[in-house]
Ligand binder design. Structure first.
Ligand SMILES: *[C@@H]1O[C@H](CO)[C@@H](O)[C@H](O)[C@H]1NC(C)=O
Ligand SMILES: *[C@@H]1O[C@H](CO)[C@@H](O)[C@H](O)[C@H]1NC(C)=O
Ligand SMILES: *[C@@H]1O[C@H](CO)[C@@H](O)[C@H](O)[C@H]1NC(C)=O
Length: 432
């Protein structure tokens, strides 16, 4: 019983610390997490503290996933771990409410009558079970990190070790930021006075942290620059049909969809089949944002139209051989430089009306795929993908995006290079 009392005291203490220093001072709180690009996989990796005693975990950020999942087979030690059983309120928060009986000795991830869910890794999906444990996250006043707060029973999913295959080295699972009840944003909003919104600023370098904020701004990306002042807004849409690898009938997607109406290259709209741009009754089509796709994926006909227009606008710039999936490549010596990246035609995603568009400038449209070779960082998503346009990591780096679940809208800044800042400028000070 002694360990239990100690842990209870500890979590009470951290709650008190939190309420004293933050809730008393502010009507609402904001939390902050670092996020760093992994050069080998091009995944974005964050760090959270879970369990008792607290264990620092590297998790790959999955913007469109339902849960946080971790490997429970190896090295899971915690005095505050708890199973989530079938028929409980927590289990009812998931769409799938199947039950799993594990016949092996009881341990994290193995128990009788637990709530089973589908989970997805970078290469495969599988069945897992829901569980709960303490999760701590640092608060912020918008400028610098402050005291941490703990959710004593954060609901997550336990996965078998093989699901780690294909994750960045050292990662122990993935952090789901989907708009469902069990995503981190809504679990934080139900545990603390935090708005149901979060902002993501991915750094383009593999050496410095970018930043994610949970709750309201200011979002002071670099000293004195509240990047949220630059937001333009566009509605977020709910896809009525789940886009997950496995789901049950009637389950909505937890991903973040926006309404791209047209795509312009160097100011001229590219001819596109408009039906691909909206979500049909089967949940196909439309545009979503992803942190697990390294480059934007375009349905084949869109890809052909956009790359064709881009190649035309590049004029006589020297083409060189494709690099892997990146087909449109140029000799870097032949491409000029601007403070917003390589001097190439701008690609605009036109949103709800002509005056609201997301400009993709050189730093976000081009990638140095190998030394001296600059490629258009868009890939062919295939003839019949579930989603027609998947805006990928390279296109959102050094942009601040706010996913406002409460108000169903996306705030976006386009490139922060315009204001001579990057997502690596947030002052994390002494981060654990
Ligand atoms: C969860 O849902 C089941 C089936 O709808 C119901 O019987 C049960 O009472 C619910 N549990 C809670 C705690 O709400
Ligand atoms: C946050 O706290 C730091 C250090 O106490 C202070 O310098 C900064 O001005 C504060 N920022 C805001 C937005 O209050
Ligand atoms: C890009 O647009 C500008 C302004 O409309 C135009 O002057 C220029 O010729 C265009 N470039 C190409 C290669 O089409």
């Amino acid at each position: 019983m002694a360990w239990f009392k100690k842990n209870l005291l500890l979590s009470l203490f951290s709650l008190l610390l939190f309420s004293h220093s933050l809730c008393a001072a502010l009507k609402s709180a904001t939390f902050v997490l670092p996020v760093k690009k992994d050069g080998a996989t091009l995944q974005y990796v964050t760090r959270v503290q879970q369990r008792t005693p607290p264990t620092l975990l590297n998790l790959v950020v999955d913007l469109g996933a339902r849960y946080l999942w971790v490997d429970c087979d190896k090295g899971y030690v915690s005095s505050t771990y708890g199973s989530v059983y079938c028929g409980t309120a927590e289990c009812n928060l998931t769409a799938s409410q199947g039950c799993t009986d594990c016949s092996l000795p009881r341990r994290p991830g193995c128990d009788k009558n637990t709530c089973s869910v589908g989970i997805e890794g970078p290469t495969v999906g599988t069945g897992g079970v829901l569980a709960q444990d303490a999760l701590s996250i640092a608060s912020t006043n918008g400028t610098v990190p402050g005291p941490s707060a703990t959710i004593p029973k954060f609901v997550f999913s336990c996965a078998p070790s093989f699901l780690l295959k294909g994750l960045a080295r050292g990662a122990k699972g993935m952090l789901g930021l989907g708009r469902g009840n069990l995503g981190l944003p809504l679990q934080l909003a139900s545990a603390f006075p935090v708005s149901a919104k979060f902002a993501v600023c991915l750094s383009s370098t593999t050496t410095s942290n970018g930043v994610m904020f949970f709750g309201d701004g200011p979002y002071e990306i670099s000293s004195g620059v509240d990047a949220s002042a630059r937001f333009k807004y566009t509605p977020l849409f709910v896809n009525p049909v789940s886009t997950a690898g496995s789901y049950i009938a009637g389950e909505e997607s937890v991903e973040y969809f926006i309404g791209v109406r047209s795509v312009k290259v160097n100011g001229t709209a590219v001819p596109l089949k408009k039906s691909l741009l909206s979500i049909d009754e089967e949940g196909h089509g439309g545009t979503k944002i992803s942190t697990t796709a390294p480059y934007t994926q375009l349905q084949t006909s869109i890809y052909t139209a956009v790359t064709g227009a881009f190649a035309t606008a590049m004029g006589s710039t020297t083409r060189v051989a494709p690099v892997g999936k990146l087909k449109l490549c140029y000799d870097a010596k032949d491409v000029g430089a601007r403070y917003t990246g390589p001097a190439v035609p701008t690609i605009d995603l036109v949103l709800q009306d002509e005056s609201v568009y997301w400009s993709i400038l050189g730093a976000n449209s081009m990638v140095e795929a190998k030394k001296g070779v600059l490629c258009l960082a868009f890939v062919d998503g295939g003839i019949n993908p579930t989603t027609s346009i998947v805006i990928g990591g390279h296109q959102i780096e050094d942009n601040l995006l706010q996913f406002d679940i409460a108000n169903s809208r996306l705030g976006f800044t386009s490139s922060l290079w315009i204001v001579k800042t990057t997502c690596a400028s947030y002052n994390f000070q002494s981060l654990p």
